[in-house]
Every structure is written in structure tokens, then in C-alpha cells.
Design a protein around this ligand. Structure first.
Ligand code: 13P
Ligand code: SF4
Length: 307
């Protein structure tokens, strides 16, 4: 629920963004009031495409750093603003360029598929990027005999490997929020809400993924909930997703798979920070050109392979 102070800030943000022609792109894990003032809300793939298609030359990305970086990589002629550049993704930061280079040295013919949850420097040494919405589709299109290093999310990688029945090499990392959901959490919720369907993000542990009725990206969950006839959903992803699902399904019951599924980095972005960012056109996100050009190849390839 937006407070009266929030409502005032939201009005102010709308006025400034219109005056300065700024397009606001937000992730589904953003606070409800931020999703409400955004021009576009989506999963990480849709956010990247929305940045490319933005009708304005200035974009404000309400999401963690790799999301703003992806916009800056794909849109070199546009100004990309972050309201909180310190908002980051611990999983994205868990891998070093040297880890990738070591793999390439050991497997010169291997392909590097990097989750979009990576810094620009990792994308720059990758063959192709993917998100949770297109990872299966993309890897399906790679040469069947190629050895693939899927980085950095081992859980998403395991999901893809099992869907395609294809071995992949992994990096030992995962999202601390999604990895905290256990199979027992799902069993307990199922016992409490026997008629509910279980929607799981593929960043969750393989046992949790195996217990799902639907596995997909945040946008995939939103779409699934809208078309399903179930009256209740148990949701295994960050709590911010509830806002969009609730809005499009006001009569359906939504239950989080466990309490405190909160990404503190996503939640570090506030209306106040967005207003400051718009007023001062700060912080501009840039990527060194030599890295940007190489990272753009991996991101553009993802967009081509996803269609
Ligand atoms: P989506 O691409 O499904 O929105 O996921 C992004 C993310 O960071 C999940 O934790
Ligand atoms: Fe990273 Fe997990 Fe937060 Fe997504 S939810 S941004 S993967 S820490």
C-alpha cells in the first residue's frame, strides 16, 4: 500500500520524468510503488529489450547493477541512469574473469554461456548470454557436441541440463535468496494449501524445481498465473513478484514459499532515490568501450537466438 508521502513522491517523479523525457524500466522485484511509476516492468530479458526499444534517449533502470549495465551495453547512444549504483547481485559478482579464462585455456573449443546476472567484463569473455526465460532455448541452438561452461548459476544450469538431457560444466554459485528455499518449505506449503499450484524460479535448488507445477522466469510466472485456472499459487521467488500477479489476479490467493524471500539489493532502491536520480540525472552508468563492444556481441546474440 502506498502511503500519502509515497503518492506525493510518485506524482513528482511522473512530472520530472515527463519534463526530462526519461523512460523508467523496473524489475518485478522492485518495491510495489516503483513498479507503479515505471513505464515498463519486466524480467531481466524483457528489460534489456525494453532498453533497446526505449522511446526516450535517457533510461532509468530500477534494478540491480547488471541490469543497468546491460542497458548501457546495448544502448551506447542512450544515457542510462541508476538510482542506486551500489545495488548489486552477489551471485553475479561471485565469478572472476580469470575463472573463465582458465576454463577457456583448459577447453579451447568450449563455449561460455553466461547468465545475464554477470558483470560486463564476464559478458565480454562469453560467447553468448542468457536469462532464465531463454536459457533452454539458447543452449538447444548451440552445437550438440560442444562442451559448455554455464556460469555462474549452478541451479539454473542444472535446470537447463535436465530439460535438455545434456551435460554442462558449472561454476559453483547460486542466488542466496532462491537457494534458501528448501523442498521441505514446498512440502509444508503444499500441506497447508493443497489446491495451490507451485510456481518456482529456476534459480532455486534442483529439488525445489523438481517439486514445481511451473518453472519459469519472473515474467513466465506472471504469464502462467494469468492463464492458470488455479485459485491459489505458492510462489518460490522474490516477494516483489507478488505485486504484478496480485494486480492481474485480484481474486487469487498468493502464498510465498517461505517468509523473507527478499533481495535486499533490489529493495535498496526507493522512490526518494529515483527522484534524486531524475532531478540530477545521476548516476550515469557507463562501460569501458573495449569491454562494452565485446559484451554487446554476447547480449545481441542472446536476443537473436531468443526469437
Ligand atoms: P528474471 O530474469 O526471471 O526476472 O530473474 C532475474 C533475477 O535476478 C532472478 O533472481
Ligand atoms: Fe541476484 Fe538473487 Fe537478487 Fe536476483 S534475487 S538480483 S539473483 S541476489
Amino acid at each position: 500500500m502506498s502511503t500519502p508521502e509515497d503518492k506525493l513522491l510518485m506524482e513528482e517523479i511522473k512530472r520530472i520524468k515527463n519534463e526530462k523525457s526519461v523512460y523508467i524500466i523496473a524489475h518485478y522485484y522492485q518495491r510495489d510503488e516503483i513498479q507503479d511509476i515505471a513505464d515498463f516492468v519486466g524480467d531481466s530479458y524483457a528489460m534489456a529489450v525494453a532498453a533497446k526499444n526505449s522511446p526516450c534517449d535517457t533510461i532509468l533502470v530500477a534494478g540491480v547493477d547488471f541490469m543497468a549495465e546491460s542497458a548501457a551495453i546495448l544502448c551506447p547512444a542512450k544515457t542510462v541512469l541508476s538510482p542506486e549504483p551500489a545495488a548489486t547481485c552477489p551471485m553475479a559478482n561471485s565469478i572472476e574473469v580469470s575463472d573463465v579464462l582458465k576454463y577457456k585455456q583448459e577447453h579451447p573449443d568450449g563455449l561460455i554461456v553466461s547468465y545475464v546476472n554477470t558483470p560486463a567484463a564476464i559478458k565480454a569473455v562469453s560467447d553468448i548470454c542468457c536469462t532464465s526465460s531463454n536459457a533452454v532455448k539458447i543452449i538447444e541452438k548451440l552445437p550438440p557436441d560442444a562442451r559448455i561452461f554455464f556460469i555462474p548459476d549452478e541451479n539454473l544450469g542444472s535446470y537447463v541440463a535436465s530439460k535438455l538431457d545434456r551435460p554442462l560444466d558449472f561454476y559453483p554459485s547460486s542466488c542466496p535468496i532462491h537457494a534458501a528455499v528448501s523442498k521441505d518449505d514446498i512440502l509444508q506449503r503444499r500441506a497447508e494449501y493443497p489446491d495451490a499450484e507451485v510456481l518456482v524460479h529456476p534459480e532455486c535448488d534442483p529439488e525445489v524445481v523438481a517439486s514445481a507445477d511451473f518453472v519459469g522466469s519472473t515474467a513466465g510466472m506472471v504469464a502462467y498465473a494469468a492463464k492458470s485456472t488455479a485459485n491459489a499459487f505458492i510462489i518460490a521467488t522474490e516477494c516483489g513478484i507478488m505485486h504484478e500477479i496480485k494486480q492481474s489476479n485480484p481474486d487469487k490467493k498468493l502464498i510465498l514459499a517461505k517468509e523473507e524471500l527478499i533481495c535486499s539489493n533490489m529493495k535498496s532502491i526507493t522512490l526518494e532515490k529515483i527522484r534524486y536520480s531524475l532531478e540530477n540525472l545521476q548516476t550515469i552508468i557507463t562501460v569501458p568501450e573495449d569491454i562494452r563492444v565485446k559484451a554487446a556481441v554476447a547480449l545481441e546474440k542472446m536476443i537473436t537466438y531468443s526469437s
